[in-house]
Design a protein around this ligand. Structure first.
Ligand code: F6R
Ligand code: MG
Ligand code: MG
Length: 372
């Protein structure tokens, strides 16, 4: 029987501005997931936060896009908003719940979703990544390194299964179109697209060997749904590992040279994506509301359940002191980019700024512009 791993996230309010969700929000979400486990809607569930976002990570046998699972996440985010975030006047309470018209899916309503349904192998390690202060295109460069660059993933050269390559599905978020590209044959075409991460976003990856799903990302851009800036899209991603997929170490190594991503402060700046532990004190944003950060949670999917290092508690894959090196580089880059103030490339380009609060400034100057 197939197992589905669903990761659904939303920013429904936080303490001290956009710093961190309140513990009571996380406790309520945990209670609801354990009830859902008892009633058999899910097999297992785990709640975590990254920056100001709440993550619900669930395994079940209902397949991708299940109205039961999406409905569960939707009701938890709404309840957390109404029972905790609003009464405590937390900042941006209910921010990512853009509509109250739930009709079986949270897609297009604000929360981010990544789901992967697969037949469990003899042993099935997975990594779930979650990032704050960035957008779904932030995964483009690491996914290219993991599944298409032999400089990152030795297995692409050495392991006969990986050697056959991977198919990348890329979405065009502006035109609502998608295309499948086969690696390594169509590598240059892939790079031509995904180098523009604000528009072209890797959505799914399969391996060529047997069509097994390898990775899935969340691809929502709230600004493109709402037509204006409503907070960043803070993406999530699922990657399967080992025995015919990239090793955990190959997957993590893709985050070593700092990746500059879009979406920092006011969704309007570029900054380095800092790999951090999800333990207290690491998994919060502070410097200029950032810098953008990513956590990595490792599990085994075993008999339909999440097995971590202790019950459902996942391996904290960026806790290794090795990552201090990348963190320090990221801090240097963050400070350097900030030294440029409001100049590109530290600030996003004009096209991306269309989806922020900048248009209202331009509007106010409209009549003062004269023909040259
Ligand atoms: C929120 C975020 C922040 C805010 C910034 C301004 O996820 O990215 O950088 O955009 O703190 O927020 P407001 O306009 O709510 O004061
Ligand atoms: Mg927020
Ligand atoms: Mg956020």
């Amino acid at each position: 029987m197939k197992t589905t791993l669903s990761v659904i996230k939303a920013d429904v309010g936080s303490v001290a501005g956009h710093y961190k969700p309140h513990e009571e929000m996380l406790r309520l979400a945990r209670r609801r997931l354990s009830e859902a486990k008892e009633t058999g809607i899910i097999n297992s569930g785990y709640v975590q936060s990254v920056g100001d976002d709440i993550l619900l990570i669930m395994t079940h046998s209902k397949g991708e896009n299940s109205p039961d699972i999406h409905g569960l996440a939707w009701s938890i985010f709404n309840e957390v908003t109404e029972k905790v975030a609003k009464p405590l006047k937390l900042y941006a309470a209910g921010q990512d719940l853009l509509s109250n018209a739930f009709s079986g899916t949270v897609k297009g309503l604000g929360p981010g979703v990544a789901e992967l349904e697969f037949e469990e192998r003899k042993s099935d390690p997975v990594v779930v990544f979650a990032a704050d202060k960035t957008e779904p295109g932030a995964w483009n460069l690491p996914l290219y390194r993991i599944f298409a660059s032999p400089d990152n993933t030795a297995g692409l050269v050495i392991d006969p299964i990986l050697h056959k390559g991977f198919v990348f599905q890329v979405l065009d978020l502006h035109e609502n179109k998608m295309v499948d590209l086969k690696m390594p044959d169509e590598l240059y075409m892939l790079l031509a697209l995904i180098g523009t991460p604000g528009r072209y976003v890797i959505n799914r990856i399969w391996r060529v060997h047997d069509g097994e799903p390898a990775a899935a990302t969340s691809t929502t851009r709230l600004s493109l749904i709402a037509g204006k800036y409503v907070g960043k899209d803070d993406p999530v991603m699922i990657v399967r590992a080992q025995a015919g997929f990239p090793a955990i170490g190959e997957i993590l190594s893709a985050f070593t040279p700092p990746i500059i991503v879009n979406g920092w402060m006011r969704g309007s700046h570029r900054g380095p994506l800092m790999p951090v532990s999800f333990k207290e004190g690491h998994n919060v944003v502070s410097y200029f509301d950032g810098p953008p950060r990513v956590i990595a949670m490792g599990w085994q999917i075993s008999n339909g359940r999440l097995i971590g290092v202790d019950g459902e508690e996942p391996a904290d894959l960026f806790a290794d002191p090795f990552w201090d090196y990348t963190r320090m580089k990221c801090a240097e880059l963050a400070i350097y980019l900030r030294s440029m103030g409001e100049f590109e490339p530290a600030r996003l380009g004009e096209e991306e700024m269309e989806y922020t609060t900048l248009p209202s400034i331009l509007e106010s100057l409209k009549d003062r512009f004269k023909k040259i």
